[in-house]
Write a protein that binds this ligand. Sequence first.
Ligand SMILES: C[S@@+](CC[C@H](N)C(=O)[O-])C[C@H]1O[C@@H](n2cnc3c(N)ncnc32)[C@H](O)[C@@H]1O
Length: 221
Amino acid sequence: MKRQILTTEDGSHTLYVPEMDEHYHSIHGARQESMHVFIEAGLNAHPGKELTIFEVGFGTGLNAFLTALESKHQQRKITYHTIEKFPLREEEWKSLNPEKDTDNEDSQLFTHLHNCQWEKINHIDDKFQLQKIEGDLTNFNFQALPPFDLVYFDAFAPDKQPQLWSPKIFAAIFNHMANDGILVTYSAKGTVRRIMQSAGFQMERIPGPPGKREMLRGRKP
Ligand SMILES: C[S@@+](CC[C@H](N)C(=O)[O-])C[C@H]1O[C@@H](n2cnc3c(N)ncnc32)[C@H](O)[C@@H]1O
C-alpha cells in the first residue's frame, strides 16, 4: 500500500493513501483527534483501574502511544491488543512525529511500541502491555483474547471500507466485550449507529473533534 506523510493542522503527522483517497486521521489535527475520540471520550469515560483495550488498526501507533502515556499519568494498568492488516514499514514509522513537542523519553516510547515484536504480549513498562496482531479484522477469531473493556474502532471510513463496518463484525466485538464496556469511533454515520444498536450497544452521539460535529459511543449494558 502506497502512503504519503502529511502534517496536519496541529503539527502532528498523518498518512494519506492515494489509491483510496483516505487519511489515517483528521487533517484538522491527528493528535487532537486521537485525544478527543479515543482518550477523552473512551479511556477517560471508563471507570476501570485495569483495562483491556482492543484497537482496530494499529497504523501509525498514535492511539497506542497516547494510551501508553495516559496509563503512566493516570497510573492505570492497561493491556492493549491491536490488529493491523497493513503494518507500516520501518522507514515510514521512523519519519513520523507522534506529537509536536515530543521529549526524548516519549519518543523512545514511540520507537519501543513500533519496534516490539508482533503477536506476543510486550511489557512496555509496569503499567502498559502491548500485543500487535498482524491480521484481518474480517476473519479474526476473538476467542484468543480476553474480554474487552474498551474498543477503539479506528478503521478507514465506512464509505471506503464498508466490509469493516458490518453487522457481523460489530456483533462479534459486542459479544466479546465485558459488561459496561465502551466502544468509541470517530464516525457519526446513521448507518453505523443503527448497525451498532442492532448488535446490542446503547448508543450516544457526542461532540466530535475539531472539524467534525459529532462522533459515536456505544456501551454494552
Ligand atoms: C484510519 S487508519 C487508523 C490507524 C491507527 N489507529 C492510527 O492512529 O494510525 C485505519 C487502519 O486500519 C488498518 N486496516 C485496514 N483494513 C484492515 C483490516 N481488514 N484488518 C485490520 N486492519 C485494517 C489500516 O491499515 C490502517 O492502519
